[in-house]
Design a protein around this ligand. Structure first.
Ligand SMILES: [Zn+2]
Length: 807
């Protein structure tokens, strides 16, 4: 039944090919009239710049998006013009539809053009009166979509059911798509009825149409789904053609391909009407005047064949291209023996040493620990007290300095906060005891204010002297809010121990934990013994040594890390670990073990992430300084909501659950967080006072590595558009509140979800983008590589930069 309607619709449309032609010409003329003033306005506001010109000729989609983002305000002023254009288009469409329907029902021998134009005029006003109804219907769909989104967020946000959430989201999108298709059918049929039965009452025509579509729901839905699929395969064919044409950046063939697509789209539009008419007739046996289908002429057969060929091409191309770009899945290498660190010369001044014993109780979300810290006074001033960071207290209530710093327009963050309040899933750090090596108990003298603890010493520590202090504490892990926490069976145990601030000639550099700030600490040695139930996978900063089974089904591992200024660890019940040892170039004699901790469903990403870290090692190793540690751990966060974050020898990366292969966002996040090993980890700037020195410069180098390791292929534009279409199909993009959980349009286009674009008011220094560093004479980051100059301003006094890394 559907097939018969389709066949009749397409034959009719092919026979009356002049309808398609007139439609094409009318739209072309309208586009020409509309685009001229638009082009002038856009050119005046932001087109006349050198970077604008360069971008226009490069076809680099990502760069264009960046450029447009930077000029958001200028673009915003064009929204009214855009709205005006849309209105004009709606009017034009209403007018032309009358002509299409009238021509389709006309007796074959009446002169075509007068008939078509007559139809346009006769029905234009009636069809225009449908627009408010259409507006109301679309508002209804928007409301349904929004309500369903809220329900899904309520059910899944920050739950561990990542895959279920993904499919529920896809189900919702399918439902909304079906509603939209049915709406299109209802409005199309209403117009057909108006023309055929010469109705003047639009609400009546809509009701009749609604009744018909309601009675034949399945077949109408199938019909419109087929038409949509045909339209999409046209687009696919076009993108592939565009892909092939782009290397030569030749405008003419591209334009020809575009116009072919537009023509085919108009053909499909007419065929949609004709098919719906045929379906209506066959279902109602309606006495609507019917034209006798003439045998398809040569031209008609040709047009149909062309369309079919395009559709087939569209169906075949993507698989070929995807095949060409596929990474070969390398089987994960067998675990390497941990590279030795013993006997290595010290790289830093090692001002501090931590000896920590800590255990995780997953049932209570509690980490209990005891640490012995030795801190050397390297300054010219006597040290009267000790100052510690107690970071987890930032998550203990809504009144912490951290929480008060949250931007109140950040809805995702606020939703998380609401949930923590509802569940009481706060975090905290309770210090049980502070003692000096000689046994003096300082516990009662501690002064704790939010995330900062002061401990007055009985006597000052002179310059060159050391203090040895022992602290016992408990950290309650919050539901992951930012930077640390727990999530189902995954524990990100970061900023988790009482940590000394940095003592300088002018006193302690200590700051409360703030939403838009990062970290600063002294280099030293960490020896940390971690214990957790045996079924948990543990990974951490440093090199694992002795492993021992303990009482109650626990296991402990001792990690040792040298010349680092922080220590982080992860425990996970379900995670898998992939390893690879990198020994090329500067790492031939000092190989680096790359460890990728991931959820089982992320297996596909193993070669991608390990490969990205290798690219980072290669680039930094050749251009700046070989990575000086024997090991790097990548923690792929389940649900991806924690974002990417750096710690010494360990960083977190995150990505959407579903990613098209050509999307390089996971590599970019990985390379960015890897880059922090240098800027945050080695140069170790004071990120609280000068965040841009880390984030800004790192973002710049990330862009450079991306250009080298994943060069913009010719046809990147086509990729970007593919991604766009895929995103539109799978997601509602900006509307999504599930963030990286869904295939977010933003993320695909790189607007927001990658952490190194202007986010959160840019307070962390991300706006120092590739554009602002690409100043004249600074080609390829010239200033950056005059390393001494950078390092001299990079770290707070005192700094030794003899070989630029370290010391
Ligand atoms: Zn960063």
């Amino acid at each position: 039944m559907i097939v018969r309607s389709l066949r009749r619709g397409f034959t009719e449309t092919a026979r009356l090919y002049r309808i398609t032609l007139v439609l094409y010409l009318a739209n072309l003329a309208a586009a020409a009239v509309l685009s001229a003033p638009m082009a002038v306005l856009i050119d005046e506001s932001f087109g006349r710049s050198l970077s604008g010109l360069a971008l226009a000729s490069s076809f680099r989609f990502e760069a264009i998006i960046d450029f447009l983002q930077a000029r958001r305000d200028a673009i915003a002023s064009h929204f009214q013009i855009l709205g005006f254009g849309l209105l004009l288009y709606a009017t034009l469409s209403a007018v032309l539809t009358g002509g299409i329907i009238d021509a389709l029902k006309s007796p074959p021998r009446s002169p075509f053009l007068p008939r078509f134009l007559g139809g346009c005029g006769r029905f234009a006003f009636r069809f225009l009166r449908l627009i408010p109804y259409l507006g109301a219907a679309l508002a209804g769909v928007y409301w349904i979509n929004r309500s369903l989104n809220q329900l899904i967020v309520l059910a899944f946000d920050q739950s561990a059911h990542e895959i279920a959430a993904f499919w529920v989201m896809r189900g919702k999108q399918g439902l909304v798509l079906a509603i939209l298709l049915l709406l299109a059918a209802v409005f199309d049929l209403a117009r057909i009825l108006t023309a055929f039965e010469n109705r003047a009452h639009m609400a009546g025509a809509l009701l009749t149409s609604l009744g018909f579509v309601g009675r034949h729901l399945v077949s109408i839905l199938a019909l419109y789904a087929l038409l949509l699929a045909a339209g999409l395969s046209l687009f696919a064919a076009y993108f592939m053609t565009g892909h092939a044409l782009l290397p030569s950046a030749s405008i003419l063939p591209l334009f020809a391909a575009q116009q072919t697509l537009v023509l085919a789209r108009h053909f499909l539009r007419v065929a949609g009407f004709a098919t719906l008419m045929a379906r209506y007739r066959s279902a109602t046996g309606s006495p609507l005047p019917e034209t006798e289908p003439a045998p398809a002429s040569g031209a008609a057969a040709g047009a149909t064949a062309f369309l079919a060929a395009l559709a087939v091409a569209g169906a075949l191309w993507p698989s070929r291209v995807a095949g060409a770009g596929t990474d070969r899945e390398a089987p994960p290498e067998s675990p390497a023996s941990a590279p030795a660190t013993a006997g290595r010369a010290s790289l830093s001044r090692r001002v501090v040493s931590y000896d920590i014993e800590a255990s995780l109780d997953p049932g209570r979300n509690l980490v209990s620990g005891r640490e012995t810290i030795v801190y050397r006074n390297e300054t010219r001033s006597p040290m009267q007290d000790l100052k510690f960071h107690l970071y987890p207290n930032a998550f203990s209530n809504t009144h912490s300095t951290y929480m008060r710093g949250i931007s109140w327009s950040d809805e995702t963050t606020l939703a998380r906060l609401e949930r923590m309040t509802r569940e009481g899933s706060w975090g905290s750090m309770k210090v049980g005891a502070v003692r000096l090596a000689d046994g003096a108990d300082l516990t009662s003298r501690t002064i704790i204010d939010d995330t900062v603890m002061s401990v007055p010493l009985p006597g000052p520590v002179p310059p060159g002297g050391s203090v040895r202090v022992e602290v016992e504490w408990e950290t309650l892990l919050p539901r992951t809010f930012h930077r640390m926490g727990r999530w189902g069976g995954h524990f990100d145990i970061m900023q988790w121990f009482p940590k000394l601030a940095v003592f300088t000639d002018t006193g302690w550099k200590i700051y409360p934990f703030y939403r838009y700030s990062e970290f600063f600490a002294d280099f030293g040695i960490f020896k940390v013994t971690l214990s957790a139930p045996r079924e948990y996978v543990l990974e951490a900063t440093g090199v694992p040594g002795e492993t021992r089974d303990g009482p109650g089904g626990t296991r402990s591992v001792t990690y040792r890390a040298e010349d680092v200024h922080d220590f982080a660890w992860i425990a996970d019940r379900n995670a898998l670990i992939a390893r690879r040892v990198y020994r090329e170039g500067p790492y031939a004699s000092a190989p680096v073990e790359i460890v990728y901790l991931h959820q089982p469903y992320r297996r596909r990403m193993v070669p991608v992430i390990l490969g990205a870290v290798e690219e980072g090692l290669r680039f930094y190793g050749e251009r700046i300084l070989p990575y000086p540690y024997p090991r790097i751990v990548v923690d792929d966060l389940p649900m991806g909501l924690g974002g990417g974050m750096e710690y010494p020898m360990l960083f977190t990366t995150s990505m959407a659950w579903f990613l098209p292969r050509f999307d390089t966002a996971p590599q970019e996040v990985t390379l960015h967080e890897f880059g922090h090993q240098y800027w945050y980890g080695i140069v170790a700037t004071n990120e609280f006072e000068e965040p841009w020195l880390d984030e800004g410069v790192n973002s710049y180098v990330t862009r450079r590595i991306m250009e080298r390791a994943y060069p913009p292929r010719a046809g990147r534009t086509a990729d970007g558009l593919h991604a766009y279409v895929a995103a539109r199909l799978l997601d509602e993009g900006l509307e999504a509140k599930l963030g990286p959980l869904t295939l977010d349009l933003d993320q695909i286009l790189g607007f927001r979800a990658t952490p190194f674009r202007p986010v959160e008011g840019g307070l962390l220094g991300y706006p120092v983008s590739a554009f602002s560093l690409d100043l004249p004479g600074m080609g390829d980051g010239g200033f950056l590589y005059s390393k001494q100059a950078y390092a001299a301003v990079a770290r707070d006094n005192p700094i030794v930069t003899s070989s630029w890394g370290f010391r």
